[in-house]
Design a protein around this ligand. Sequence first.
Ligand code: CA
Length: 396
Amino acid sequence: MSLQKSWVTSANDPESSFPLNNLPYGVFSTGGAARCGVAIGDMILAVDELGPAGIFEAGNWNAFMALGPEAWAGFRAELQNLLKVGAEERPLVAQADATMHMPFAVAEYTDFYAGRQHAENMGEILRGTKGLPANWLHIPIGYNGRASSVVVSGTDIHRPLGQLCAGRFGPCEKLDIELEMGAIVGTGSPMGQPVSVAEADEMIFGYVLLNDWSARDIQGWEYQPLGPFQSKAFATSISPWIVTKAALETFRKPTPPREVELLPYLNESKPGLFDIELSVHLGGEKISGTNATRLYYSAAQQLAHHSIGGCPMRTGDLLGSGTISGPLPAEFGSLMELSWNGEKPFRLANGEARSFIEDGDRLTLKGHAQGEGFRIGFGECAGTILPAINMPDWAN
Ligand code: CA
């Protein structure tokens, strides 16, 4: 596939995140109400006059996502016709003039742990043992997170307060990021009915970049035996544009060879990962970079596993992939790994040694799939860390 040309000239730049090939879905405002729109080059086409009547009334993409794959494909074809070179020009909004909002209402949020290098690194750092948990090669491990604290890129986050260890309460001292992909469930499934990996892939509407902000001191104290809780509950950031599965089809890659044969219900029906280059930036400086093909389980496998006991899936469910780290230190997807829990601080270009996030730091995730002469970009997933709120009197 090559670049598909649009009458929006900025979309024809090979470096543009949002060519006609992409058409990601977001929610924006320019002073008034939030509206659904599609990104094209450095512009936005509002879509609330398009599609089935009333489908975008709520100011998010949930009702559209619930329509299912046939409607998704039809609408994408309609947008491609409206925006292709030669089509009649329409009014657009400059992205620079728009404020972005959450593109969908998060129904529920589940975070997985499908990055093998990350799982091995965390095992070594937290437990001092190399190797994976006994179940890791058999099941996509996950935990139920909070939908209430999923926020759109650009939202500032206060450093969380919490219990850091026995007898000690205060602002987190080991604040971290996790570089992840988020899969968004478009169509749900009924309670009691498992879905296959093939069905799961059909249910997924699209993907975003996801930063699972993590309080490592709180996590280290609380995580046994039920897993992360407050260390993850305070915030999760996502990029503002939902990149549709349709835009990523030509970038599919199989999961890595299985070290342990999976049970049949988890076998891939088709390549379920995507060749997406990812990077982490602190301020303006790139501190890490890897690829989404480093994951061991696909979102479709995770969704199938999630439903196997009968758990219903809903439109707007968000599935975090787990932290994506490659084998080299320059490919680690968290500061915990980059600084080896503070034991080996990494250096910024200005010579400053860093281990974890400091107040005022802006952390940004970026990602794109590279085609021949075009990109399927995700935009940015950014957040600035503000100081912790003043401790309430009753907590002192
Ligand atoms: Ca995570």
